[in-house]
Design a binder for this molecule. Structure first.
Ligand SMILES: C[S@@+](CC[C@H](N)C(=O)[O-])C[C@H]1O[C@@H](n2cnc3c(N)ncnc32)[C@H](O)[C@@H]1O
Length: 211
């Protein structure tokens, strides 16, 4: 019998570049043992990197796209993480309730979304906070990474050009305004705990559940 091993791994160069910097920030967040839920995991490169780097955490990836979920599964197999990492969940942030296993909800430490909210409709940002608020207990975190406008102004020419290119692809996409993102956080019971400047004009925003 011939055995075919199918490899669906996708490779995003930007993800490969930023995973170490993002991991360095995550290493400073006081995450207890339990799950981290990643929304919009894409290829899965971040997921396997963070699973290897933070063995006390179970890294739960997710993505609405089958192509990406297949890539994530292939990355998990490639890195021999099958016994540690669960398969990706099919989560579209706008479809409530998110299909989350009970054991994950009981031990959820943080929800993270990297480079998602500007490549999705604004409704996705609103849903991300609304649904996360139902799942995260007091003191737990939402972590966002990506480019942001501050007081409705781009922080660099390259972010401005990127924003234009996003809007050409889809009118509803675009670099989000920090103050509007913060407003959604507050409405849903979070406070901005930290803002960390990252390479290439990106930010990491850490929100803590406070009510
Ligand atoms: C630019 S990719 C980023 C992928 C990955 N986080 C990374 O940084 O390499 C944007 C991701 O957001 C996901 N996404 C788009 N709309 C979404 C939605 N409504 N709910 C959840 N994820 C969504 C896409 O499927 C894609 O994986």
């Amino acid at each position: 019998m011939t055995l075919f091993l199918l490899d669906y791994r996708l490779f995003f160069p930007a993800t490969q570049r930023n995973k170490i910097f993002i991991g360095d920030v995550l290493s400073k967040i006081p995450l207890k043992k339990g799950f981290v839920l990643e929304i919009g995991s894409g290829s899965g490169q971040h997921g396997v990197e963070f699973q290897k780097r933070f063995p006390d955490i179970i890294w739960q990836t997710s993505d609405p796209k089958l192509e990406y979920r297949k890539s994530i599964i292939s990355w998990i197999e490639h890195e021999n993480l099958n016994t540690k990492m669960p398969e990706p969940l099919e989560i579209d942030v706008t479809k409530s309730p998110w299909p989350i296993p009970f054991k994950l909800v009981d031990n959820l430490q943080a929800i993270i979304s990297i480079n998602m909210i500007h490549i999705a409709h604004w409704e996705c940002t609103k849903s991300l906070f609304k649904e996360s608020s139902k799942l995260l207990n007091y003191g737990k975190f939402i972590i966002l990474y990506g480019p942001f406008k501050i007081e409705d102004k781009h922080v660099s020419k390259s972010n401005e050009a990127f924003d234009k290119s996003l809007k050409i692809q889809n009118h509803d996409w675009g670099v989000r305004n920090l103050e509007e993102v913060n407003k959604e956080a507050i409405i849903n019971g979070f406070r901005q705990k930290e803002l960390i400047e990252m390479p290439t004009n990106n930010l990491i925003l850490i929100y803590e559940k406070v009510s």
